[in-house]
Ligand binder design. Structure first.
Ligand code: GLV
Ligand code: GLV
Length: 324
């Protein structure tokens, strides 16, 4: 019997093509949207699947893993972040979990830089201004932004993506870089003279642009809260392309309204896909629907990675992107 693969939603066709090319049977959820918990449970119970290709919007907790057919050998997540999967519970059943690192690093970093520039130069506000029919002529005081050249980027988390962002803004805009991470990053320091701080507080105090690049973990949940926002410069901007739950969104709204910080650009949200309604009433906020890795090239490479991880595992070899 051919190996059976379940994909919880259609992704770039490359994954299906690769899986079918090696003779696997691929079932793709036909729902146009995220499967509910019950729908996912039902879908998984239909066939003794060998592999599941999952998305960051699928909650694969211990309960879900318990109802999966015993035949499942791998859950291949179509994302670099894998906070949606209970990895210890999967491992306890001998199920491999994989993610899609590296291929999206440059894309997410480019998107992050786009958000920084959008906030600093107020391009989203300018776009809205024209669309609302408000442009009546050049105005010396209209929508004054802020330069970023020579200012300080503060990284909350300095892994692959944070380092890539630092490299771009250091080379391109002469930004100084400071960072806090669970470990010191010598490569980042060599790349752009980044200064390591042992605490996030020190980074928040000195940065003009704070960019978040930590995974979602119990230790990073609400890492950016009211107290830490209060440490930031009044002129500083906050950018989040990691996970929404890293920022206390209610506290962020308060900080933006009171002028505690200058602005925020968010690609991810605490209550995703819901966006705290007040955020949308604030002009100094830029919002994107979780798009940071969304380029054709990168989403195709991520799909290839999902297929490769599944094939390697099911052929008895080691998945290249197994998470620990
Ligand atoms: C997207 O958010 C990802 O983790 O790949
Ligand atoms: C994720 O890819 C990271 O290391 O930032």
């Amino acid at each position: 019997m051919p190996k059976q693969i379940f994909m919880t939603r259609r992704i770039t066709s490359r994954a299906e093509e690769m899986l079918r090319a090696v003779g696997y049977e691929v079932t793709v959820s036909t729902k146009d949207g995220v499967l509910t918990r019950d729908e996912l449970k039902t879908a998984l119970a239909q066939v003794p699947y060998d592999a599941v290709a999952a998305l960051l919007t699928d909650t694969i907790d211990a309960d879900m893993i318990a109802v999966m057919p015993a035949s499942v050998k791998i859950i291949a997540n179509y994302a670099v972040g894998y906070n949606n999967i209970d990895v210890p519970a999967a491992h306890a059943r001998g199920v491999v979990v994989t993610n899609t690192p590296n291929v999206l690093t440059a894309t997410v970093a480019e998107h992050t830089v786009a958000l920084i520039l959008t906030l600093a130069s107020r391009t989203a506000e300018g776009d809205r201004f024209i669309r609302e029919g408000k442009f009546v002529g050049w105005d010396p005081l209209l929508l004054l932004g802020t330069d970023i050249k020579g200012k300080t980027l503060g990284l909350v988390g300095a892994g692959r993506i944070g380092s890539e962002v630092a490299g771009i803004v250091h080379k391109g805009f002469g930004m100084n870089v400071v960072y806090c991470d669970v470990k010191q990053n010598e490569a980042l320091e060599a790349l752009c003279g980044a200064k390591f701080y042992a605490t996030h507080e020190e980074v928040l105090k000195v940065a003009d642009v704070v960019s978040i690049h930590v995974p979602l973990l119990p230790t990073t949940h609400h890492l950016i809260n009211a107290e830490r926002l209060a440490l930031m410069k009044k002129s500083a901007i906050l950018v989040n392309t990691s996970r929404g739950l890293v920022v206390d969104e209610i506290a962020l709204v308060a900080a933006l309204k009171s002028g505690t910080i200058r602005g925020a650009a968010l690609d991810v949200f605490e209550f995703e896909p819901k966006v705290t309604p007040e955020l949308l009433t604030l002009p100094n906020v830029v919002v994107n629907p979780h798009l940071a890795s969304a380029t054709e090239e990168t989403r195709t490479k991520m799909a290839e990675m999902v297929a490769t991880n599944i094939i390697e595992t099911l052929e008895g070899r080691t998945a290249p992107n197994a998470v620990a």
